[in-house]
Design a protein around this ligand. Structure first.
Ligand code: CIZ
Ligand code: SF4
Length: 346
């Protein structure tokens, strides 16, 4: 992970902030290019506010990775520009092989993906042939190809519960915190791969408790990629879309939010009168890799998106066709399960 993380942090530190007029000029240019290339923006909640705003203004999507996958595959546009991290671009290409799929920075990766190399993962699966293999969406296509099911955090508990109810034992990868949260919720028999998200594992329960003393009336919202000790402090635990929903549903007017701060853009739209407070991380200034903002998500800057149109040939996502076939099978199972869940059939 070292080199990929150092590269992302260097880019983040070198970036010159644009002033308001510059931002507007760049955004206008991008809008024109999108039209010219029949392209739509598919952005994750963790990207910068100006990227999310642009996706909204141009009829694209701002969502979690499950919805990004669904939106991309249903979009009539011939080109998808995925503002997120690499596995999201791969998923878009696998589900829409005939579309051109581009990303502003192909090197935008994820510590969970890096922490689960396909070959090692295949060996792990070979050691547990009796288990149903469930992998988190934050994995590369070859890992997905080896899995029975892909899940996102918004359906992980439901899917594992469903498998457990059928008497199945589960092999889970790669996030150990999310895996052990799912295990506790479902009581399923699970073996866990040992990887984590560098952003969420920085949240520390002691510092959040201090925050609770400062804001005694605030509710705490936690993403389940966080350590168990942090999850235990939560008034609501859930995926990004579930946390946005919880922000609406909870009666509290102050919310301490333990997930990537990119989520504040959409969450604040939903609860304009509530005060959103970033949960503290362990890091201090320069010593912190994440500071509640994923350095790889941050590679999706307005500048990088603007520059993309000048080098479209170089920023295409391609996935080996055999790997793509395998991954498509487990991704389709995710989409089907999620559709049945939505329809109340499960
Ligand atoms: O699945 C996603 O979009 C991620 C990475 C987080 C979440 O909980 O939605
Ligand atoms: Fe991966 Fe964590 Fe970044 Fe999400 S926030 S892309 S899980 S490193």
């Amino acid at each position: 992970m070292g080199d990929a993380l150092t590269h992302a942090l260097q880019l983040r530190d070198q970036r010159r902030p644009l002033d308001g007029a510059e931002k507007q000029a760049v955004a206008d240019r991008i809008k024109q290019q999108l039209k010219q290339h029949d392209a739509t923006l598919v952005a994750h909640y963790y990207t910068a506010p100006e990227i999310q705003a642009l996706a909204e203004e141009t009829g694209g999507c701002v969502s979690d990775s499950l919805e990004m996958a669904r939106f991309g595959s249903e979009s009539p546009a011939s080109t998808l520009i995925v503002c997120g991290v690499r596995f999201m671009g791969e998923t878009a290409k696998i589900l829409s092989p005939d579309k051109q799929v581009l990303m502003p920075e192909l090197e935008a990766t994820c510590s969970l993906d890096l922490g689960c190399p396909a070959e090692k993962f295949a060996n792990f699966c070979d050691q547990h042939p009796d288990r149903t293999v469930v992998v988190y969406a934050n994995t590369n296509a070859a890992v997905k190809a080896r899995a029975d099911y892909v899940v996102t955090s918004s359906i992980a508990v439901d899917l594992v519960q469903h498998l457990h109810d059928q008497g199945k034992k589960v092999l889970w990868a790669p996030d150990r915190y999310l895996g052990s949260y799912v295990q506790k919720q479902t009581d399923a028999d699970m073996v866990l791969w040992d990887s984590s998200c560098i952003v969420h594992e920085e949240f520390k329960s002691q510092r959040i408790r201090e925050m609770q003393h400062l804001y005694p009336d605030a509710a705490v919202l936690v993403h389940p990629e966080s350590p168990q000790s942090v999850i235990e402090l939560a008034d609501a635990v859930g995926s990004t879309s579930q946390l946005i929903q919880a922000a609406r549903d909870l009666p509290h007017s102050q919310l301490i939010v333990a997930t990537d701060q990119g989520i504040f853009y959409k969450m604040q739209q939903q609860v304009p009168h509530k005060e959103l407070i970033i949960a503290p991380t362990a890091g201090q200034g320069a010593t912190c890799c994440s500071c509640a903002n994923c350095p790889w998500m941050a590679m999706n800057s307005l500048d990088a998106l603007d520059a993309l149109f000048g080098r479209m040939q170089h920023n295409q996502i391609e996935v080996d066709s055999e790997v793509a076939r395998g991954a498509q099978r487990s991704l389709n199972r995710m989409l089907e399960f999620s559709a049945r869940l939505r329809a109340g059939e499960i």
